[in-house]
Design a protein around this ligand. Structure first.
Ligand SMILES: *[C@@H]1O[C@H](CO)[C@@H](O)[C@H](O)[C@H]1NC(C)=O
Ligand SMILES: *[C@@H]1O[C@H](CO)[C@@H](O)[C@H](O)[C@H]1NC(C)=O
Ligand SMILES: *[C@@H]1O[C@H](CO)[C@@H](O)[C@H](O)[C@H]1NC(C)=O
Length: 283
């Protein structure tokens, strides 16, 4: 016979079992995690694109962050002409990096403006598709904001300012692919049967930014050319939810592979500027 005390102990044990659930690296398991409450409660977030593309800051076809792609991958004539006319024929995209001075980047000032705007979280591009890391990455030799350009840890400065001065949640955007990274292009040429880029670049740096800056949003992107198996996304998200320093509060999106967008992950972003049409309430 169980006394009342014994019974509540049994219930407590059951409850802690329920909460100590571990996520498996499968979409079924990952999708079963309830989204942390803070993300449902915040109403407004600010998304910040910041990188080497801020130097030319020019793209009549679309996002300035895509300038390099229009120039070198699509070989659009207006981009080739723009570069030749303004910078000469020898100038490379990498040459822009030394001109990225960021003299007006004041993290404390930004944090104050964000807080005054009423926003409750931000997401900064830790690295966009150009591959330039806004933090001193161990895996991005000579193509990060500490080694070239401003010589500053942009992610670190902003993370500290947000946490010291505001109640906002700090988040990071991260691009899985890099348009012109030689290891990525080689994996792609191999039909994604090799994963050298993922093993040596993408995954090490994702673990690095989570351990170092403890972002509560990982806004993943640049996934669409390959599957979540190639990217090893499910293994990463299982670690993020089970063992990372932000396991209880982190939220992530759905851009983790050509099999996940609009289907799997955390919150669903589907395509850019997606309008879900309805507000979903979780009970
Ligand atoms: C870029 O803009 C130019 C000029 O409007 C246009 O001719 C070209 O088709 C556009 N390219 C793309 C890829 O959208
Ligand atoms: C801001 O945070 C950093 C890291 O947590 C700390 O080293 C620094 O002293 C803080 N600055 C202020 C003004 O509180
Ligand atoms: C997804 O990417 C993989 C390479 O990782 C490729 O083999 C597959 O055909 C792609 N699937 C779709 C639906 O595009």
């Amino acid at each position: 016979m169980l006394s009342k005390v014994d019974l509540s102990l049994v219930l407590l044990t059951l409850c802690s079992c329920a909460f100590a659930v571990r996520y498996e690296p499968t979409w079924e398991s990952i999708d079963s995690r309830p989204i942390p409450a803070w993300y449902d409660e915040v109403k407004l977030g600010i998304f910040i694109h910041f990188g080497v593309f801020a130097v030319p800051s020019w793209n009549p076809n679309g996002s300035t962050a895509w300038m390099w792609y229009y120039w070198k991958a699509l070989k659009e004539k207006i981009f080739i002409d723009f570069m030749t006319n303004n910078y000469g024929p020898e100038f490379t995209y990498a040459d822009f990096a030394s001109q990225l001075t960021m003299e007006f980047f004041n993290a404390d000032e930004w944090a104050n403006i964000f807080a005054l705007s009423g926003a409750e979280y931000i997401a900064l591009t830790s690295k966009h598709h150009e591959g330039f890391c806004n933090w001193p990455s161990k895996y991005s030799f000579n193509w990060n904001s500490m080694e070239v350009g401003p010589k500053r840890d942009v992610v670190g400065e902003l993370a500290n300012a947000i946490r010291n001065k505001t109640k906002l949640h700090f988040g990071l955007y991260h691009s899985l692919y890099e348009w012109f990274h030689p290891l990525y292009l080689q994996d792609k040429a191999n039909g994604y049967r090799t994963q050298n880029f993922v093993n040596d670049k993408t995954m090490p740096e994702l673990y690095e930014i989570v351990n170092k800056y403890k972002p509560e949003v990982i806004w993943s992107d640049g996934d669409w050319e390959a599957s979540s198996d190639y990217w090893q996304s499910k293994e990463f998200i299982a670690w993020l939810y089970n063992d990372s320093p932000v396991k209880d509060t982190v939220v992530t999106n759905d851009r983790w592979g050509n099999d996940s967008t609009c289907k799997h992950g955390g919150f669903l972003t589907c395509e850019d500027r997606y309008q879900p049409g309805i507000t979903i309430t979780y009970f």
